[in-house]
Design a protein around this ligand. Structure first.
Ligand SMILES: [Zn+2]
Length: 755
């Protein structure tokens, strides 16, 4: 790139310093200056993420400092951007460069003092990157022509290729327009709705365009759980001895224990016959490659990582050139990537030998010479290719750099995320999982009992999946695409999937045994980040047209941030992996009008933003719609009656002064309220020394720490039930009661495995 036949000089602006350094190295830009890198041909500088953001209302007019209903709606005519204080210095450097001012010229070489001919927007290739660059460019008043670097990988070759085929910035005008609309809509709804509702209720409420409908889904689930009435039921089991192996068949459910017991005693010791045997051949296709949301879901489900943590890890891996661009919503590669995919697949097997057990490579080793191996076990690369399902970026896969890089420089979590991504490429190109679902019906004394079984014919892609799970010490999956029937009973803990391969119709068993078990109906499971991300992705799906790949609440890149916002505003707390709405969250949702919390409606707005991106919808119509929504909201706010607007009054004493903190329970030493601090939970009585540290060695060894929910339990009952505790010795996760005792001015923790 040092050869420049047109003797043009250009400026490159990246999203972050680390990315700028990588690009500068590829461009041979070696001269380090204050705030940029320089060579005779080019200068590479950087932003620190968002340098500029939309100004708060008080910067438009002083009177907005006080919140008042009369001043609403606040709808800026000319939107103001402000640069954050700690980023002002870098912003000034960028301004000088963008306007060909100051010392942005080389002191070496003959090109000194040549101005830039154009600027390259090298911010991340997505909506956010577009917004970050455009805001700085706009504020600087620059008139340099803009070109766009659009790459899906940080590898040197990809960067080089990207610079040789720079795009015209106008290609991304629709994307830029949609990103502006999204940011302005968020500002308008957030500012106006938060101020309006806070004033009407005289209580601080934080409302957001995507945040509030997401919270509403969480609240709805929590309420289903709270109001769930569990009922007890009983099941009779028929146990037959199939040459030393017990087969467990179950009756229907009985509401009455006596009936189950009568059945048990009627059948006990009698003869049972296999009256019917149903076998159904089933297959489970390999999973698709990861897009960001599915990666975040798996990382949460398998590793317990938050969506935000996974995004950070993926971004770090991308910047280390180890994976392709992570903020993608595609699960496919483009049709021209067949060769690349085969090479990377081979690299994954080399770096992660456990992904290549004998069965998987049976046909592969033989044909190692060719790019796409033939044979029965050959990876099926074509099934992960589909250019029609790739818009901005293809699915997340490792890069060829994984064979050369020193992976020990990655954090433990980054390594695990990389393993997930590599394993997914292997299983996505694997063979089908083939099995036979068996349903056996036994009759005994005129009653029927059912047992479910599964015979695995071919493990297929599941081999790689379970190899990955055992490598990462994750529990193996127990259920696989079961019959709805089979699945329901299994979830209720009633039946196990067992091997029934030796049964045949008419087979008889003498002297059967019976037993009765009792069960409770279960409420729906609380949301985890995994299931919440799935709901956000699916929200409004019914209302959408054929476009099934992109929809829902928020975008893949913003969902993690929305979840974090709900947690930091204390509308939601994390309890282990569960996401629980707080009382404040429930209150907020119950006060919101339907159109501010309806996931369907928000998904519909989101779909219009997508249409803007594709040039199919006018951005002015979109913004008109948003301002109409705000006017409607204000009008309705004016009609809220006194009784309704007093609904938060009883909570008000909690928001003044000291009492803004939640009282988690009574101190076991002196009985005063216990509050949450940054690193500990402490007694509010200054004389008292009671404190529980969030992190301690005992908990750390089991990969957990105390949260407010656990402390509430401990303060009221002395113990709390914890799932996903880790045992180093057994290398397994388990559940137990964590018990706390306060002795000699110290907390002592122990485990209790009793029910
Ligand atoms: Zn105390």
């Amino acid at each position: 790139m040092c050869e420049n036949p047109f003797e043009e000089r250009y400026l490159v602006i990246a999203e972050k310093p680390s990315v700028a350094m990588t690009i500068a190295a590829v461009l041979g830009c070696k001269d380090r200056k204050d705030g940029y890198m320089e060579s005779p041909d080019c200068v590479v500088s950087w932003c620190f993420g968002h340098l500029a953001e939309y100004a708060m209302p008080e910067l438009y007019d002083d009177r907005y400092k006080n919140w008042s209903l009369e001043d609403l709606p606040i709808i800026p005519e000319n939107w103001k951007l402000v640069v954050k204080d700690d980023k002002k210095k870098q912003f000034r450097i960028l301004c000088d460069l963008l306007n060909n001012r100051g010392k942005a010229v080389s002191s070496t070489g003959r090109f000194t003092d040549r101005p830039f001919n154009y600027v390259v927007n090298a911010c991340d290739a997505g909506r956010e990157g577009e917004l970050i660059f455009n805001r700085v460019y706009e504020l600087s008043g620059s008139s340099l022509p803009v070109k766009r670097l659009w790459i899906s990988s940080m590898e040197d070759d990809a960067i080089m290729e990207g610079f040789l085929s720079l795009k015209d910035s106008s290609d991304y005008r629709n994307l830029a327009e949609a990103s502006v609309c999204r940011a302005q809509a968020d500002w308008l709804v957030g500012i106006n709705a938060s101020r309006a509702f806070s004033k009407v209720y005289n209580y601080r409420l934080s409302v957001g365009r995507v945040q509030t409908p997401t919270l509403s889904m969480l609240v709805e689930r929590c309420e289903q759980i709270d109001h769930f009435k569990k009922t007890q039921y009983f099941v009779t089991h028929l146990l037959v001895d199939d040459r030393g192996k017990m087969i467990d068949a179950v009756s229907e459910n009985f509401a009455d224990r006596k009936k189950a017991e009568q059945l048990a005693s009627a059948c006990n010791g009698n003869t049972a016959t296999v009256s019917s045997l149903e076998r159904k051949a089933k297959t489970a296709a390999p999973p698709k490659l990861y897009d960001l949301t599915s990666l975040q879901r798996d990382a949460n489900r398998l590793l317990g990582l938050t969506a935000a943590k996974t995004l950070n890890c993926a971004q770090a891996l991308y910047e280390k050139k180890l994976i392709t661009y992570p903020r993608t919503d595609s699960k496919y590669l483009t049709d021209d990537m067949e060769r690349t995919a085969a090479d990377i697949l081979a690299a994954c097997r080399k770096v992660y030998p456990f992904l290549s057990p004998a069965e998987l490579t049976a046909g592969y080793e033989r044909d190692q010479g060719s790019a796409v191996p033939q044979g029965s076990a050959a990876p099926d690369i074509r099934r992960i290719l589909d250019s029609k399902k790739v818009s901005d970026h293809h699915a997340i896969i490792p890069t060829i750099m994984i064979t050369r890089a020193d992976l020990s420089k990655c954090s433990e979590e980054e390594k695990k995320i990389l393993t997930l991504i590599a394993a997914r490429l292997v299983s996505a190109t694997g063979r089908k999982f083939v099995y036979e679902a068996v349903k056996a019906t036994f009759s005994c004394c005129g009653y029927t009992f059912v047992a479910y079984g599964r015979n695995i014919m071919e493990e297929g892609w599941k081999t790689a999946e379970s190899a990955m799970r055992s490598h990462l010490h994750v529990e193996q999956e127990e259920t696989v695409e079961a019959d709805p029937d089979e699945g329901k009973k299994q979830a209720a803990g009633m039946v196990k999937i067992q091997s029934l391969s030796s049964l045949y119709q008419g087979k008889q068993f003498l002297n059967t045994k019976t037993k009765v078990t009792d069960h409770w109906t279960k409420p729906p499971a609380p949301f985890t980040e995994d299931s919440l991300l799935a709901m956000m992705e699916r929200a409004g799906a019914n209302e959408m047209e054929a476009d099934v790949e992109r929809k829902g609440l928020g975008t893949p890149a913003t969902r993690a941030g929305i979840i974090e916002k709900l947690v930091s505003s204390k509308y939601v707390v994390r309890r282990n992996r569960q996401m629980i709405a707080t009382d404040a969250g429930k209150q907020l949702v119950s006060a919101m009008p339907e159109y501010l919390k309806s996931p369907q409606m928000t998904a519909d707005w989101e779909n219009r933003l997508l249409q803007i991106e594709r040039g199919q919808y006018d951005s002015r119509s979109f913004m008109d719609g948003i301002t109409q929504l705000i006017r409607k909201m204000l009008q309705e706010c004016g009609q809220i009656d006194e009784k309704e607007s007093a609904r938060f009054d009883k909570d008000k004493r909690n928001i003044r002064g000291m009492d803004s903190r939640e009282n988690l329970g009574k101190c076991p030493v002196c009985g005063s309220p216990v509050y949450e601090g940054k690193r500990s939970f402490y007694c509010s009585n200054r004389e008292c020394r009671f404190v529980l540290w969030k992190e301690n060695k005992f908990l750390e060894r089991m990969r957990t720490c105390l949260d407010d929910g656990m402390v509430k339990d401990i303060l009221s009952t002395g113990r709390t039930y914890v799932r996903n505790l880790y045992s180093v010795k057994r290398d397994k996760f388990f559940s137990a009661y964590l018990c706390m005792e306060w002795k000699d001015g110290k907390s002592r923790f122990s485990l209790d495995f009793a029910e």
